[in-house]
Design a binder for this molecule. Structure first.
Ligand code: NAD
Length: 337
């Protein structure tokens, strides 16, 4: 059994905790939180041991009637690996603690690639992080792009990637984010940080990215143009992407016209939190003009990195080969359903 600690129990951390619990070869040692709130209460109700991330705030948990199992250092010491899902920048601060306890750790996409030993995407570079101390599971957008780029590069070769990312303004519970009635080029000048971030997975890839922010919370949308070295047919590209394990090529008949309908499907299917772990690629949008591929894909920002975190645990600890891990993760989480 791999004993996993989770430091930071918010949008990403709580999903990772449930996904770890679902794996046949892993168990959750506990989760750490900074303050007692509804998420801390839910963690306890779900039977996760709760650890205090900040010692001085322990009395606040007592006042709220929420039991603590100890301090975050004890969680780190008791874990074979820690998944750090703290807000951007805090993971980098925590890295020192993980090194001190000699516990490998996964940071998330909000952290700078400079602070880690390697960046990770299960489809693209699974074998590169074994025995690393601190690894970064790349962001939701970089994960979505990497899943697309890896098979296309292997099958046809890639000359250049150009992508416009239409990004949700905030997650549904982030009441302070925006815009609420605007369309923002973000950033205004090129490149957006996404292209360089994809280069942490594909160092030699030629990629330009542009970003926009819109008043939406459900998903991100990518408008993708990839100049391939070969000239496959659109049908061949479609079939290649259909065969991937973490892509859902949306069939024409199904009536999914946007992110709202995709979320509705996830709810109807009984997916936990209406999560969509796969890239959602509109089959009809897959088009070839000479060697230029065009398509639209939607990415569920809150959940596409969760199976990647699970695979990263096995990859860092050398517990499974790529294919074995991806299949195990998908089956345990219900990705193919
Ligand atoms: P979040 O704010 O939802 O959750 C972070 C949690 O960490 C909160 O519960 C917060 O109270 C807690 N926390 C704050 N300081 C802490 C500390 N010192 N120790 C322990 N816990 C602490 O954030 P999130 O959306 O889950 O993002 C976490 C990371 O994942 C970031 O790097 C982010 O960039 C990345 N990420 C987020 C998304 C997304 O869309 N939400 C997608 C992919 C990656």
């Amino acid at each position: 059994m791999i004993h996993v600690g989770i430091n930071g129990y918010g949008t990403i951390g709580k999903r990772v905790a449930d996904a770890v619990r679902a794996q046949p070869d892993m168990e959750v040692v506990g989760v750490a939180k900074t303050r007692p709130n509804f998420e801390a209460q839910t963690a306890v109700e779900k039977g996760f041991d709760l650890y205090a991330a900040i010692e001085e705030r322990k009395p606040q948990f007592e006042e709220a009637g929420i039991d603590l199992a100890g301090d975050v250092e004890e969680l780190v010491e008791a874990s074979d690996i820690v998944v750090d899902a703290c807000p951007s920048g805090i993971g980098a601060d925590n890295a020192e603690m993980y090194r001190e306890y000699d516990t490998p750790a996964l940071l998330q996409g909000g952290e700078d690639s400079e602070v880690v030993d390697g960046s990770f995407n299960a489809r693209s570079n699974y074998d590169t992080v074994e025995d690393a101390d601190i690894v970064r599971v790349v962001s939701c957008n970089t994960t979505g792009l990497s899943r697309l780029i890896a098979p296309l590069q292997e099958a046809y070769g890639i000359e250049k990637v150009r992508t416009t990312l239409v990004r949700r303004g905030g997650d549904p519970a982030q009441s302070g984010r925006g815009p609420i009635n605007d369309i923002l080029p973000n950033p205004v000048s090129l490149p957006s940080h996404h292209g360089p971030d994809v280069n942490t997975i594909f160092p030699d890839l030629d990629i330009d990215t542009l970003g926009l922010k819109v008043p939406a919370t459900l998903m991100h949308m990518h408008s993708v143009n990839i100049t391939l070295e070969d000239e496959p047919t659109a049908e061949a590209v479609r079939s290649l992407l259909e065969d991937e394990r973490r892509t859902f090529v949306i069939p024409e008949w199904i009536g999914l016209d946007g992110a709202g309908a995709i979320k509705e499907l996830a709810q109807d299917a009984g997916r936990p939190r209406a999560d969509i772990w796969e890239n959602c690629i509109w089959g009809e949008s897959i088009s070839m003009e000479g060697s230029d591929l065009y398509l639209f894909q939607a990415i569920h920002q809150e959940s596409d990195v969760i199976p990647e975190n699970i695979d990263a645990i096995r990859a860092v600890l050398g517990e499974a080969k790529q294919e074995e891990s991806v299949v195990m993760t998908n089956e345990a989480m219900g990705l193919d359903t």
